[in-house]
Design a protein around this ligand. Sequence first.
Ligand code: ADP
Ligand code: MG
Length: 924
Amino acid sequence: MDPALGPPEEMAEKRDELTPMMRQYHDLCARYDDALVLFQVGDFYETFCGAAERTARLLEITLTSREDSTGEYPMSGIPIDNAESYIETLLEAGYRVAVADQVEEPGETSGVVDRAVTRVITPGTLTEDELLASDDNNFVAAVAHGNGESPAPRVGDGSRTGGTETLALALLDVSTGDFLATSSRSPDAIADEVSRFDPAEAVLGPNAPRDVLPEECMVTPFDAAAFDRERAASLLSRYYGHPDALLAEDAEIRACGALLAYAEYVRGGEHAASAGSDDEAAPVTEPADPDERSRLEYLTHLTRYDPREYLLLDAVALRSLELFEPRAVHGRDDATLVGVLDETASALGGRTLRDWLRRPLLEPDRIESRLDAVEELTGAVQTREELHDHLRDVYDLERLIGRISRERANARDLRSLRATLAVVPEIRQRLVDADCDRLQRLHDELDPLVDVREAIDEAIVENPPIEITEGDIIADGYDDGLDELRATARDGKQWIEDLEERERERTGIDSLKVGYNSVHGYYIEVTNPNLESVPDDYERRQTLKNSERFVTPELKRREDEIVGAEERADEREYDLFCEVRRDVADEVERVQALANAVATLDAVVALATAAAEYDYCRPEITDTDRRSGLEIDIEGGRHPVVERTQESFVPNDARFDDGRRLAIITGPNMSGKSTYMRQVAQIVLLAQVGSFVPAQSARITPVDRIFTRVGASDDIAGGRSTFMVEMDELATILREADERSLVLLDEVGRGTSTADGLAIARAITEHVHDEVGATTLFATHHHPLTELADDLQAAFPLHFEVEGVDDEVVFHHEIASGAATGSYGIEVATAAGVPETVVERSRELVDGTASAADTTGTARDIDEFERVHTGRDPAAAGGPSPATADGGDDPTDIAAELRALDLGHLTPVEALTELDRLKRMLEE
Ligand code: ADP
Ligand code: MG
């Protein structure tokens, strides 16, 4: 635990002697000992002692101190008014934040004001709009182990394979109420689901493996008892009825129940821990009685899904297909699939589109249904544009209703809901004549919730303030009691307004003035020369330089009446507001259903807009017999992201079927191999999302899973690829791919530069072809591998030709059948400005071995070429500087190289490679 968390030592030692306020602080820190407690004192959130020192440094705010009878404590405070930006910094630094607000008015109590933690803010459970990306979900996860007891069996080198117990994953977006659950016997499959949803935070059940979560995911320690099956089931049943009807596995019940408990815990609120100021025996560690906790009403749906219902994309595929994050380290942020397609108008639609991309479909019927909707709107330009315009006026309904339900919404939020409901009929109208089923259904689902809208209209004024306790919220005529109070206040004010005129007449003092200040209230001001005309009932209040201020008993009485009426009106307004908010909250399910329809429509409109704007075509979805191979037939396909980032793009065909399952793609660096492979996968993926695709025409059988493996040369920028990682990922492919998989192997076998790399690449490819039967694109600039195309029955060669014109290279980016004729690497080097002597030497090396037909020899030479070409030895990243192409045969050089070897940082394969290289130096 962070030393700055928990109760400060210097306070813990003398808890009983502390002032009541500091005792409160101490107790809240003890209760929320894994969070940083922000303690409201007036307009500030304060921290004390170690926490104060830490926050002052982190937030760059002043460290002060607070002194009382028991000692002096370091203190630092952040202004409540812009606490959000500070809290964001604290979260980024890895803290959870417990916000302890004053829950009594300072005037209401004789002792110290009571404080309670009203919310615990953690990265995975954010609900503050300011802290959330609007167009993406923010998930917190729970992982639970089958029986919660025995540790997951692990196999061999620590890979996650081979679990026999069920692992469950629950995911919750606290801000929107999205709640999902799934399970698998394979920890790898759970890890894959985790990477799809990319939770910011997770709670782990007893013995649940940490390594199904990515490193950057915050793991929050949470009560192991919450994962208890009975306890979890009982909590779930309070929300969703009997959990057995909803969930398939015990592990799922554990995970979902624990996650719900966690959501209730972070919610805080009245039922949350409060440290009573004078109640010495306040239980500071006992959890609140479960039945007294109020439910999170907006969590209306828990959806169990099976990963096998969706196209499986693991973390590697998500990254290499550029779904959400640009691949290039310094790539443009929008150079992603979602960046190209996200034409959504609302946050709701943005999140839905992301979910569709995250989980492409398998079922042809579901795909076709989306495609129908997209097609219809692609053609209907005007309807589409009008829909888009209206959808822009839609507020984030899901988060609004979440806030309303959690009693965190203000009057403006209700007005925002009302404004959104007002556009629904406009949106609906555009779908009246819809042809396809999907759009017709959306039309029906777009319930404008007229009753809710009218209720808000009647109750809430048009432009309410942010504050909900200071009046000006409730409309006139809504409540008789409130109207009376307002009338009283108004009459009183009118009487005072008329007072000046009346008193001038009565006293004959023309300069007499009625005024107001916040200390003395209303007064009558008379200048010094007129003081003798002041009547007897004037009581002196204040003496100024040139005048005196007075009140009269009647003025005082009236004033008290106004103030009293206003105060009571404010209270009444607050109560009425809460009532309206509760009434709206009761409609949570209907609002969520509407949100869902709006979100779906927005996503469809976005796909149609992209399709029209970028000239995509509707893919034809074919569903062949599941046992036979995939059929992928793309004419004039383009890479959706690359074509947006450069001026012109050359379309290419791709055709796969049972007899053509393995494409061996050759061509020099930069000729377009990687782009081509990714575009095929992206087109398949987009088709399964239900989107049009960047091609002239496309026939596509849905694939179950896309595997990608990008070899070292392409991943070097990410600094990630080692031979081990590469082999690990290949092992996954070999283990899990089948004939419904699409496999991209891009320059594999490059992490090690000796013969074994190529040999392994070849063996793997053969295996994928013979045993796995997956549809595979294999790119390499190692020409010997083209032989594979001859040896394997369903393999065929493709290549990218480049033209060498006077040592200049012209790339055509055009795919053709057959193998490439030369690597053109040297031409590329020349064009890139590599010095003439180096180019010459390269030519010598290449020419000298041109006749060596065996794979090993060529591979070696290509490596040799690469050292020259890149100035970097692929075999010795981080090792000694490469031997120069000449003069490397001196044994003393070899001794020096040996000495320079950093054995601690070499993998066995790298060591072997290095040994091989040194040996060859001796042989030269
Ligand atoms: P390789 O994998 O063969 O080294 P890439 O696929 O990385 O080559 O392509 C290199 C560059 O060539 C890309 O970044 C892109 O700018 C361009 N390119 C690739 N394919 C095409 C194409 N079909 N049309 C136009 N430019 C392309
Ligand atoms: Mg490449």
